[in-house]
Design a protein around this ligand. Structure first.
Ligand SMILES: Cc1cc2nc3c(=O)[nH]c(=O)nc-3n(C[C@H](O)[C@H](O)[C@H](O)COP(=O)(O)OP(=O)(O)OC[C@H]3O[C@@H](n4cnc5c(N)ncnc54)[C@H](O)[C@@H]3O)c2cc1C
Length: 457
């Protein structure tokens, strides 16, 4: 058995793992990165990037169908799924190549194979031991299902949904969170009859109620059916289809059932528990500096409790690399992590929801909602929705919530405002270009600072 040493050994080459590897290399550390599948992980190969490519194809389909409304002659003839997949896979391939180039440029020692953490600061791959001065666990997450609901055949998770080589006629989506809502949006644009089933009382239940209501209204207009506050009880499949039963006694027949009930931490089978890593409900527990209970063993990304988002993984990876290099980086504020659901329309938010703000600051929080109906660019794009701000009593803005096509692009400014703990008076004098959707944010801040411009009372 050979033993290879490095300053840092990282198990898992997804968003969290590779970000740590690149930053550590920049800081002059020698890095071994162990990946059993493909560098880039879930986000690049089975998550963020392919879903957003499908959503863009869906947007083009909708624009083509609705071209006449802006005086453009075009005929929508249908979806060529092979063409859609070629477009999607081409993007992944280009980004994957770029990422491999970056790993090489950073002189990261990329080890292909399945690693097991054997304790101390050592990971074993096919009989070779890699020992670091520090280790980062970054093995990511997997698609969850419900007890008694086995994935297979017509019952699929997001991985299979991304690899479909046909457009189904009818789909039931189990789960109205981010992933469920995004796939429902794509399929509806592709002409599929979609029904979402969500046990909680509203779609995107982690968002502010305002966002759920706006999204539900838009989905109703798009004829995307959804049943909220209703529990799934079972599914049966045969050669002809899948039959989905609900607690209400109702049964829905479909070609496919997409199970989108969340993602579980991929922490089993890699030696963690055996080596004494503290784990709760499958998640690897860390302190705010992302240290596990074992010395010199850190964890980042989806295996750590909190938002399962790629940019959180990137930031955590950078944080740990800098921590190890002794730079004493600033602790990551989880509530400052921007959240975007890329459906049509999009939902974007940062900070607290109104109910979270009321729990924290009492009932005196102030809110203001600006309707995109008053925003010129949104009217040009024919999108509706709004921007909702939440302000602490005598304090800064503590939450920004937005719904509308392309509002995901506004989250950068919203996140800066939130993270800088800005007061409406700080933002109101800043000028937003006209006509852009950023003006909707600007208008909301003007109004909250007591000087509304394009606001109908
Ligand atoms: C359908 C879908 C859409 C999404 N869309 C978005 C989005 O739009 N924006 C966003 O921010 N996030 C999105 N996410 C979430 C995002 O993909 C994850 O938050 C992110 O990938 C987590 O990064 P990670 O490094 O923790 O894990 P992963 O990316 O899962 O990487 C873990 C890596 O570890 C490897 N690995 C596991 N075990 C071992 C082992 N024993 N040995 C060696 N290697 C191992 C795996 O092969 C994998 O490559 C989406 C997820 C899904 C499923």
């Amino acid at each position: 058995m050979t033993d290879t040493s490095a300053d840092l050994v990282i198990l898992g080459g997804g968003s969290g793992g590779y970000a740590a590897a690149f930053r550590a290399a920049e800081l002059g550390l020698s890095v071994t990165l162990i990946e059993k599948d493909k560098l880039g992980g879930t986000c690049l190969h089975r998550g963020c990037i392919p879903t957003k490519a499908l959503l863009h194809a869906a947007e083009v389909a909708d624009e083509t169908r609705e071209a006449e409304a802006v005086g453009v002659k075009a005929a929508f003839e249908g979806i060529d799924i092979a063409g859609v997949n070629k477009y999607k896979d081409g993007i992944i391939a280009r980004l994957y190549k770029g990422l491999q180039g970056l790993a090489k440029a950073h002189k990261v020692n990329l080890v292909e194979g399945s690693g097991t953490f054997v304790g101390g600061t050592t990971v074993e791959v096919d009989g070779t031991r890699y020992t670091g001065k520090n280790v980062i666990l970054a093995t990511g997450s997997y698609s969850r299902t419900l007890p008694g609901l086995e994935l297979g055949g017509r019952i699929i998770a997001s991985e299979q949904a991304l690899a479909l080589d046909y457009v189904p006629k009818k789909v039931v989506v189990l789960g109205g969170g981010v992933i469920g809502v995004e796939f429902a949006s794509v399929w509806a644009s592709f002409g599929v009859d979609v029904t979402i089933v969500e046990a909680l009382p509203r779609l995107v239940p982690n968002e502010d109620e305002f966002a759920s209501k706006q999204l539900e209204r838009a989905f109703r207009r798009r004829k995307i059916a959804f049943k909220t506050g209703v529990k799934f009880t079972g599914a049966k499949q045969d050669d002809n289809g899948v039959s989905v039963s609900l607690e209400s006694g109702e049964t829905i027949e479909a070609d496919l059932l997409l199970v989108a009930v969340g993602r579980g931490p991929n922490s089993a089978g890699h030696g963690y528990e055996e080596a004494g890593v503290k784990i709760e409900r499958g998640f690897v527990l860390t302190d705010e500096r992302l240290r596990t209970n074992l010395p010199n063993v850190f964890a980042v990304g989806d295996i750590v409790p909190g938002l399962q988002l790629a940019h959180r993984g990137f930031q955590q990876g950078i944080f740990v690399a800098e921590e190890i290099a002794g730079l004493n980086p600033r602790v990551i504020d989880e509530s400052g992590i921007p959240r975007v659901t890329y459906s049509h329309p999009e939902v974007a938010s940062v900070g607290l929801t109104e109910s979270q703000a009321k729990d924290k600051y009492g009932s005196d929080v102030t809110t203001f909602t600006y309707d995109l109906g008053g925003n010129g660019k949104s009217q040009i794009l024919k999108t509706s929705g709004g921007v909702k701000l939440i302000k602490a009593p005598d304090g800064p803005v503590v939450g920004v919530h937005m719904v509308g096509d392309r509002v995901g692009e506004l989250i950068g400014e919203a996140q800066l405002i939130y993270s800088w703990e800005a007061f409406p008076e700080d933002v109101a004098p800043l000028i937003h270009a006209h006509p852009t959707q950023t003006e909707a944010l600007g208008e909301a801040f003007l109004a909250l600072a007591g000087k509304p411009l394009h606001v109908h009372s």
